[in-house]
Design a protein around this ligand. Structure first.
Ligand SMILES: [Zn+2]
Ligand SMILES: [Zn+2]
Length: 176
């Protein structure tokens, strides 16, 4: 998996976790199952209730980084997230290209998830700047997104939210 560049896979995992619906006891197990390619083969992906709560805390911290309005806030929140990680990096070419994994392959699902998310997010923020991470401006959305546009001008998580907001603004102008 690739930790470089805006399209960083690990950052996508972090963003997905921040946007996950934490309703119900099984949400974190469902999340891990849906992202099983991030875990070492054979990892038990069903999380306990306590582990699910911890996964939720990790997702909330990713969101807090996206919501940060100053570099001081980013540093504080990133470090809170990194404090939860237990990195044990190793090199691998399991997919044909040489790259790093950050979590010990024998670690439990929660540890693999937390460490991969914390390290992936930190790498991208440190390399590309925290302004690239945002929260969708569309009414009622609130999704965290990564801005991969050239000039960093994105405000919405998706084209759907962007056009929905354009239509809403147009209607508001017509009314006014
Ligand atoms: Zn990999
Ligand atoms: Zn949105």
């Amino acid at each position: 998996m690739d930790y470089d560049g805006y399209g960083s896979d690990a950052l996508e995992l972090a963003v997905d976790l921040a946007n996950a619906d934490q309703a119900g006891d099984g949400w974190a197990s469902t999340f891990c199952a849906a992202h099983h390619e991030w875990f070492t083969d054979g990892t038990e992906l069903a999380l306990t209730r306590t582990e699910s709560r911890a996964a939720g805390t990790t997702g909330d911290l990713v969101r807090q980084v996206a919501l940060a309005e100053s570099q001081a806030e980013v540093v504080e929140r990133l470090n809170a997230l990194l404090a939860l990680a237990t990195p044990k990096p190793y090199a691998t070419d399991h997919d044909g290209s040489l790259h790093l994994h950050y979590a010990a392959p024998e670690a439990g699902a929660l540890e693999q998830l937390t460490t991969t998310v914390a390290m992936g997010l930190s790498q991208v923020v440190v390399q590309h700047g925290w302004q690239r991470l945002g929260v969708c401006a569309a009414e009622g959305c609130g999704n965290v997104y990564l801005d991969t546009s050239r000039n960093g001008s994105r405000r919405y998580c998706s084209n759907t939210c962007s056009s929905r907001s354009t239509v809403a603004a147009y209607r508001a102008r017509q009314k006014g």
